[in-house]
Write a protein that binds this ligand. Structure first.
Ligand SMILES: Cc1ncc(COP(=O)(O)O)c(C=O)c1O
Length: 380
């Protein structure tokens, strides 16, 4: 490793998928060859097999493979009858897709601030935001840490509304014994390549125990065609939101490795914590009692975020700010009318967050290098 003060030769990326793929290349090649051989390019047996395996992994009855995580959210809201005149409570501290999906079905996002410890939707603020128009609470398991689903479900049950998990960043996260995707009416996943479980392109999935919902989702993803019955008959207006056979094949190969990969992420997080606890004003990611954080991102907070990012860039360490602005302060959501100060915890977090490199194949000495560089920034 490069000693402080010398020219950096080490380059640490945020993620390096080529390492992951090298380890499973033969399995992937065989699965892809099978799809090509069978010409099962859209849905098909590999997608079906993955859906069954992923439903089992999450501990639910059904998984519906779709085109990406954004479409997973849109289809689920649509299938639950959410539309014009309805409100969906969600967090402003998320990727744009969460709010976008609500708007694209014609409903209105109602942003509620996050709690400070994990930056997930704050249950203590949710109840006051519920109105006659509220149909769904849509928490996001941000960075791989589960939102407090127990508290959110209790509130939802009191008001007879649904909870849908945006679990795009949280494959394998748990609260108690429950896995992300099994804790609400439905769980929406992204299998974007860089996710803890990632495809070789866009892909997504919806998990649920609700058979009628799963059936409607399977029809909606395929132009509203009934699952059984005459072809080119349309029960309702649907979409082309099917998962590709090749993505199902890749995901099917990767799924058995997910637990091991998540464990490695957790080991890296522990190693960072051992080296960074008490350094400068750093606030390290926390794990709620009984929760299993799967560290899609290892996000620290500091008042000196921009300086730290700049310093790390100089010594070859990539970082990311996810996300630099809460949704309510972006131009796309100006129509909501939530100005600066409306959601102070999210706003303050966006000024201080910085994600450090984390991926399962990251070697211990690379983790130590990053931690050493962070320490030397604060030492100076
Ligand atoms: C929290 C969250 N929700 C939704 C999505 C959308 O997923 P996709 O990119 O597969 O459409 C993402 C993707 O990054 C995400 O991070």
């Amino acid at each position: 490793m490069t000693a402080p003060g010398t020219v950096a030769v080490t380059q640490v990326p945020m993620n390096d998928l080529s390492l992951q793929h090298a380890a499973i290349r033969q399995e992937i090649d065989a699965a892809v060859a099978d799809v090509i051989g069978s010409c099962g390019f859209i849905l098909g047996p590999r997608v079906k097999a993955f859906e069954e395996a992923y439903a089992g992994y999450c501990g639910v009855e059904h998984c519906v493979g779709v085109s990406n995580g954004t479409d997973a959210l849109i289809l689920t809201l649509r299938a639950l009858g959410v539309g014009p005149g309805h409100e969906v409570i969600t967090t402003p501290h998320t990727f744009g897709a969460t709010g976008e999906a609500i708007c694209h079905v014609g409903a209105r996002p109602v942003f509620v601030d996050v709690e400070d410890a994990h930056l997930c939707l704050d249950p203590e603020l949710v109840e006051a935001a519920i109105t006659q128009r509220t149909k769904v609470i849509l928490p996001v398991h941000i960075y791989g840490h589960p939102a407090d689903m127990t508290a959110l479900r209790q509130i939802a049950d009191r008001h007879n509304i649904d909870v849908i998990e945006d679990a795009a960043q949280a494959q394998g996260a748990r609260q108690g014994q429950a896995t992300a995707g099994s804790m609400g009416r439905a769980g929406c996943f992204s299998f974007y390549p860089g996710k803890n479980l990632g495809a070789f392109g866009d892909a997504g999935g919806i998990t649920t125990d609700d058979e009628a919902l799963a059936t409607r989702l399977r029809s909606l993803r395929n132009h509203g065609m009934p699952l059984a019955g005459p072809k080119f008959h349309y029960d309702e207006l649907g979409y082309n939101n099917r998962m590709d056979g090749l993505q199902g094949a890749v995901l099917g190969v990767k799924l058995p490795h997910l637990e091991g990969w998540n464990e490695h992420r957790r080991q890296i997080a522990r190693r960072y914590a051992e080296r960074l606890e008490g350094v400068g004003d750093l606030q390290l990611p926390a794990e709620a009692a009984g929760a299993r954080h799967v560290y899609h991102l290892y996000t620290v907070r500091t008042q000196q975020r921009d300086g730290l990012a700049e310093f790390l860039r100089g010594v070859g360490v990539s970082t990311a700010v996810m996300y630099p602005m809460p949704l309510h302060l972006t131009d796309a959501y100006a129509f909501i009318g939530d100005g600066l100060g409306a959601h102070p915890v999210s706003e303050e977090a966006c000024r201080r967050i910085l994600s450090l490199p984390i991926f399962p194949e990251m070697a211990d000495d690379t983790v130590d290098y990053v931690a050493d560089q962070v320490r030397s920034f604060f030492a100076n």
